[in-house]
Write a protein that binds this ligand. Structure first.
Ligand code: SF4
Length: 235
């Protein structure tokens, strides 16, 4: 399993719309979902390679794999990684909607998996209308794709101390350029919002980020997430 740190050095990659018979995959691994609506659930994570954005604090490696499985081979790998009580696949990245994942989603849902997509929300691929599909969006840009926006079931925001809007407690700074002001896309009314402290790799900064996340959650009725997978040291 690859655990690199890119911190805003990744190439910005275009969306690929090629039918999705073969996908570029960074890794597949069983774990506990660490954040969002399925926090604590056993899950198989599928990390798709490449991203169309470059967030300066991104601490995920999603570029170093040369693995390009067919959808069938990928599903076999997912099944092999399934642990006890696990019926959840989390499609993450990079940006999972950068690749043509409709065929993969359709096959996973037909096989009885619940599927959670973790996306930044700027790209669209056809998503099956299925009750077991959950879209969690963590906006990194001021605008989202409107077709995707209509399908979002929950929002996640990464919170940094001193970087939130006084009105709604959500980020007021760019994810793409450190220190630049930006108003990231705001949640659709009525959709749950999770806030998580940003990991700045610095204990003082992280304490301040956590205090800010707690404060905005209490003030605005958001749900606090603390990235369980980092606390318990699982991937
Ligand atoms: S959108 Fe997500 S995966 Fe892509 S660079 Fe930003 S944090 Fe990393």
């Amino acid at each position: 399993m690859l655990r690199g740190r890119m911190f805003g050095t990744n190439p910005v990659r275009k969306a690929v719309r090629d039918g999705g018979g073969v996908l570029w995959v960074q890794e597949v691994f069983p774990t506990l979902q660490g954040e969002g609506p399925f926090v604590g659930h056993p899950a198989v994570f599928v990390r798709l390679a490449g991203c169309n954005l470059r967030c300066f604090w991104c601490d995920t490696e999603f570029e170093s794999s040369e693995w390009r499985p067919t959808v069938g081979a990928l599903i076999e790998c997912i099944e092999a990684a399934r642990g006890p009580g696990c019926d959840l696949v989390v499609l993450t990245g990079g940006e999972p909607l950068r690749q043509d994942v409709t065929a993969l989603l359709t096959a996973l849902l037909a096989a009885g998996w619940r599927v959670q997509i973790e996306t930044a929300g700027t790209l669209w691929v056809e998503l099956p209308a299925h009750p077991a599909l959950t879209v969690v969006c963590s906006p990194k840009t001021p605008r989202l794709d409107p077709r995707l926006e209509a399908r979002i079931d929950a929002y996640k925001y990464v919170i940094g101390a001193g970087e939130v809007d006084g009105e709604d407690g959500l980020p007021a700074v760019s994810t793409q350029r450190r220190g630049a002001a930006a108003r990231l896309a705001r949640p659709r009314p009525g959709v749950p919002v999770y806030v998580m402290p940003r990991d700045d790799q610095d204990s003082d900064r992280n304490r301040a980020n956590l205090a800010t996340a707690v404060a905005v959650a209490r003030e605005h009725g958001y749900r606090l997430g603390v990235q369980l997978h980092k606390l318990i040291d699982v991937p």
